[in-house]
Design a protein around this ligand. Sequence first.
Ligand SMILES: Cc1ncc(COP(=O)(O)O)c(C=O)c1O
Length: 382
Amino acid sequence: MIPIYLDNAATTQVDPSVIECLQSALSEGPANPSSLHHRGRSARYSVERTTEQIGHCLGSVLDQPGGDRLIFTGSGTEANNLVVQGLSQIQHYIISRIEHPSVLEVGKWLERNGKSVSWLEATKAGTICLEHLEFLLSASRNTSTLVSTMWANNETGILQPIEKISLMCEEAHAKVHVDATQCVGKIRLNLSNLNLTSIAFSAHKFHGPSGIGAAWISGGHSINPIMFGGEQQLETRPGTEPVALIAGMGHALTIACGSLEQTAQHCQTLRNQLEHSLLERFPDLVIQGATAERLPGTSCISFVGADRQSMLMALDLEGIACSSGSACSSGSSPPSHVLSAMSRPKLEIDSAIRFAVSKFSTSSEIEDSTERISRVYRRLRR
Ligand SMILES: Cc1ncc(COP(=O)(O)O)c(C=O)c1O
């Protein structure tokens, strides 16, 4: 049986040309951008060139002193931690309930440490509740506030109204951090048009290597480090920069952004094919966020009457890799906090499975998957 990978929201296959880029960067020899000799200078140049390349993909100029900047991290998780913990002079945090654990858990930790945290509710449609945001922002006027919300949800793929959120925060003089880990390289972003304070993202979500992420910080905002012991990256994130991984991330993002619309079209076609063919067979399936604006390739489907853990195991035996909820929690698979925050019925929460296609997915894989998923669901539904 040919394995089929439908878990591209968890991580993606590294693009072959990114592997070449990594190999070439690694074979260039020792590369410590802090070294003053010619090898160090060449490594520094490579990091600077990649930074500009990434800035270009995000619609941000990253080579101006005091302007927007990029801080390389080891992951999206670290980028979220660094910004939410590190943004200076925040007195009040407004954090959405549908965040990835790398933001949610920081919020809970801040709360345990006596910080003022408000939890922003989500609507049944899977977006954050703008009326609640308005209320929370007006209640925290004259207080230095950070709003933290994601751009695209990792479980449902639902896109948040970032433009509106950014405008509301600008009016209320609040800072806004956006976890863009699921959408960088998948939807066209132009950070120069928005009033965001920071975003976080991670290369392995767009066919780059794992072990490298970044926080983009808009000019004029400072971040206190959460680690100490080095002068790299202006001491904000000490540690020798992984030059090859950075080059791999830049290359992966450049490829993704160069064919973004075609890839999005391809993914959306396959995602729709999967949803439509499953719905034809099982009209009572629930596609979470079916009518909302979503990432092109992500689908969260509730197989009502089946148990998601049993579904996952049976699908794995059928050669289909997919997940329930976020990859980070899929080992233990607690019920989805995202679907709970969307007030979905328990039957839907208990049976929700996430599928995500990529540019490497094919229509025949989807056809084959439909057969295998149907077989499993027929067997497991009560
Ligand atoms: C929305 C979101 N934020 C953050 C992360 C964490 O990224 P990383 O796996 O690079 O730590 C993920 C990973 O699934 C994610 O989907």
